[in-house]
Write a protein that binds this ligand. Structure first.
Ligand SMILES: [Zn+2]
Length: 205
C-alpha cells in the first residue's frame, strides 16, 4: 500500500457485505452475516409475533422452554419445598399442569375460548395450546389468539407468585377480568397497526 498522501485524493471507505457494496453501514445486515444461524423453532410464531407485549412474550419464551422456576423443578434442584400446585393444591406443579391441566387455568381457557368462539372446551396438552395460538380463523386471527394466550399465561404465573410470596389470592373469574383488561389495552395501544385492525371488535363480540 502506498503511503497516504493528499496528492492521491481524499480517503474513501465503504461497507461490503457478501460482495455487495452498501450505501450506509447496516448493523442488522452485519449481524445477520456474522451470527451463527439456527433453524426457526416451531413455537417461534407463538412467542415473537408482531405487536407482542415484551414482558408477556419473554415470560412465554421461558415457559415454552420449560425454564420457569416451577415447584417440581425447584425440588429437582434439591430445595425442600412441597411439590403441590400453588393454584389447586391437588396435583404436582409442573409447567403442563399449571398452564393446561389445572382446574384453575381450565376456567380461564374456557372463558377465553368462549369469547373467541372456539369449539374447544379447553386445551388437552401444551403442544395443542401452542398450535392453537399459532393458527388462524376469521373470528379469531392469530394475533388475537397469541395476545390472549400470552396475557393469560403471564397473569396466571403472576397469580401463582402472588399466592406464594404475598399471600394474595384472586379467583379465576377475577383474574380473567384482569386478562380481559390487559387484552383490551394491548389492542387499543396498537390500533393503528395493520395486524390489530378489527381485533377489538372480535374480542368484544
Ligand atoms: Zn393446579
Amino acid at each position: 500500500m502506498n503511503v497516504p498522501s493528499h496528492d492521491q485524493g481524499s480517503d474513501l471507505y465503504s461497507w461490503t457485505i457478501e460482495g455487495l457494496k452498501l450505501q450506509h453501514f447496516s448493523s442488522s445486515k452485519t449481524w445477520s452475516v456474522i451470527r451463527e444461524r439456527q433453524p426457526a423453532h416451531p413455537w417461534f410464531q407463538a412467542v415473537w409475533f408482531k405487536g407482542h407485549t415484551p414482558k408477556h412474550a419473554f415470560n412465554m419464551w421461558v415457559a415454552v422452554q420449560d425454564r420457569l422456576p416451577i415447584r417440581t423443578r425447584l425440588v429437582s434442584w434439591g430445595m425442600l419445598i412441597p411439590t403441590s400446585c400453588c393454584l389447586c393444591s391437588v396435583s404436582d406443579e409442573t409447567r403442563d399442569h399449571l398452564f393446561v391441566d389445572c382446574p384453575y387455568i381450565k376456567i380461564l381457557w374456557g372463558l377465553m375460548l368462549r369469547k373467541l368462539s372456539g369449539s374447544l372446551i379447553s386445551f388437552t396438552s401444551w403442544t395443542q395450546l401452542l398450535g392453537w395460538s399459532s393458527s388462524d380463523s376469521t373470528t379469531s386471527p392469530r394475533t388475537l389468539r397469541s395476545i390472549a394466550v400470552q396475557a393469560t399465561i403471564y397473569h396466571t404465573w403472576t397469580e401463582r407468585n402472588n399466592r406464594v410470596y404475598r399471600s394474595q389470592t384472586l379467583s379465576a373469574s377475577d383474574l380473567f377480568r384482569l386478562v380481559d383488561r390487559t387484552i383490551r389495552n394491548t389492542i387499543s395501544a396498537r390500533k393503528t397497526r395493520k395486524e390489530f385492525k378489527n381485533l377489538m371488535v372480535l374480542w368484544l363480540i
